[in-house]
Design a protein around this ligand. Structure first.
Ligand code: THU
Length: 127
């Protein structure tokens, strides 16, 4: 799978973000172990703490689609280069890592950057 395709979908989703409070828009696109694709955007709430990140929205869509092993996730924000997943989202993604781990695909002015979830979130919690 060409990671640029995943990034393009993440960028497309960032346009759907519901972020009237922070005005920080994020889109995410997950590639599952079965080569299915699920997307999500952040959506905020008047009760700020209830806001949901794009990555967790995409993860929920994947699980609802019957997919619980993820190979990669692209994250895009027009507001920031290399928009890394927050700590809460790293823990959520950790739950669904496939055997080879999850590639975190980010973007800056020079192009795509790929990191492993394990690199940026070692020793995550799992029951
Ligand atoms: N946000 C995401 O959707 N993903 C991230 O990786 C970082 C933060 C959202 C949450 C909130 O709606 C806004 O960005 C500002 O924090």
């Amino acid at each position: 799978m060409d990671y640029q395709i995943l990034m393009n979908k993440a960028e497309e989703l960032s346009k759907k973000a519901y972020a009237p409070y922070s005005e920080f828009r994020v889109g995410a696109c997950i590639l599952t172990a079965n080569d299915k694709i699920f997307t999500g955007c952040n959506f905020e709430n008047s009760s700020y703490g209830l806001s949901i990140c794009a990555e967790r929205n995409a993860a929920g869509a994947a699980v609802a689609g019957g997919e619980t092993k993820f190979k990669a996730i692209a994250v895009y924000s027009p507001n920031m280069e290399n928009c890394y997943p927050c700590g809460a989202c790293r823990q959520v993604l950790h739950e669904f890592e496939c055997d080879d781990g999850i590639d975190i695909i980010l973007k800056d002015k020079n192009g795509l950057n790929v990191r492993k979830l394990k690199e940026i979130f070692p020793d995550g919690f799992r029951l």
